[in-house]
Design a protein. Structure first.
Length: 252
């Protein structure tokens, strides 16, 4: 028996790679051997921190600055990547807007659903077509606890992340027999810019912390190992699942 987590010779696209969870995912994939194409809204063409981290592992890094709220820009990226040999696609970029459902601005709803769900389908459709043609590939979505739960004051986010759960299963049903696995990772409460508002609110922060069996907020590097697993041959018989990485939250 041999178990391989080795990604040497592969190329991974990681969206939202500039900071937070995506940064940790990109660095972990590079450490395991993958060259990285890092995408985010504002990533620098040269000299980003994540470029330096990837190159420190001896891997190549390319940056693409794309706003996922801009359908034409996402289609242009998709068109470029369709012709590249991409082995791993990590759909991680995401945004959040907080306001009670009755007052939630419709522009926020549209933007969150576009960035967190629709743009990810546009990109995955194109990159996945290349993977299917080559008969191999790994697609990983960053889902959320709100792929399972409703959350508070984030109706667009909860709807988009629940949509990701459906998309993972829909794509897995079509693609797994053709060599492409499709899975999600559901991070729990991770200390990044995305959750700064929650951590700034002493009551919400305490309520969240008290419910996490691990007794601490998660860190971006908690997501690193599961990402390498789902990107590697070690997970070849895993498809269509959302893996919670949440310090035990969902089991509570
Ligand atoms: N933190 C948590 O507790 C948590 C829990 C569950 C799920 N998640 C999910 O994890 C993913 C990463 O979040 P994070 O916590 O790492 O947040 P973060 O620190 O705010 O990072 C978000 C990343 O996504 C990129 N991004 C945001 N909007 C974009 C847009 N319109 N176009 C292109 N890129 C965009 C950002 O690009 P720039 O850097 O260029 O702005 C950034 O690199 C998201 O899908 C989020 O929903 C987070």
């Amino acid at each position: 028996m041999s178990v391989s987590f080795d990604l040497t010779g592969t190329t991974a696209v990681v969206t939202g790679a500039k900071r937070g969870i995506g940064y940790a995912m990109a660095e972990a994939l590079a450490e395991a051997g993958a060259d990285i194409i890092g995408v985010s809204a504002t990533i620098e063409a040269e000299g980003s921190a994540i470029a330096a981290a990837v190159e420190a592992h001896g891997r190549r890094f390319e940056a693409r600055a794309v706003d996922f709220a801009d359908r034409e820009a996402v289609l242009a990226l998709a068109g470029e990547l369709r012709d590249r040999e991409i082995d791993i696609l990590v759909n991680n970029a995401g945004t959040i807007e907080r306001a009670p459902a009755a007052e939630h601005p419709l522009e926020w709803w549209d933007r969150v659903v576009e960035v967190n769900l629709s743009s990810q389908f546009v990109l995955t459709q194109a990159v996945g077509a290349g993977m299917l043609a080559r008969g191999r590939g790994k697609v990983i979505f960053t889902a959320s606890l709100l792929s399972f739960q409703g959350g508070i004051n984030v109706p667009g986010y909860a709807a988009a992340k629940s949509g990701i759960s459906g998309l993972v299963k829909a794509l897995a049903n079509e693609w797994t027999a053709r060599g492409v696995t499709v899975n999600g990772i559901a991070p729990g409460y991770i200390a990044t810019d995305n959750t700064q508002n929650l951590r700034d609110d002493p009551d919400r922060s305490k309520a969240i912390l008290d419910r996490i069996p691990a007794g601490r907020w998660g860190r971006p590097d908690d997501i690193a190992g599961p990402t390498v697993f789902l990107a590697s041959p070690a997970s070849d018989y895993v498809s269509g699942v959302i893996l919670p990485v949440d310090g035990g939250w969902l089991g509570r």
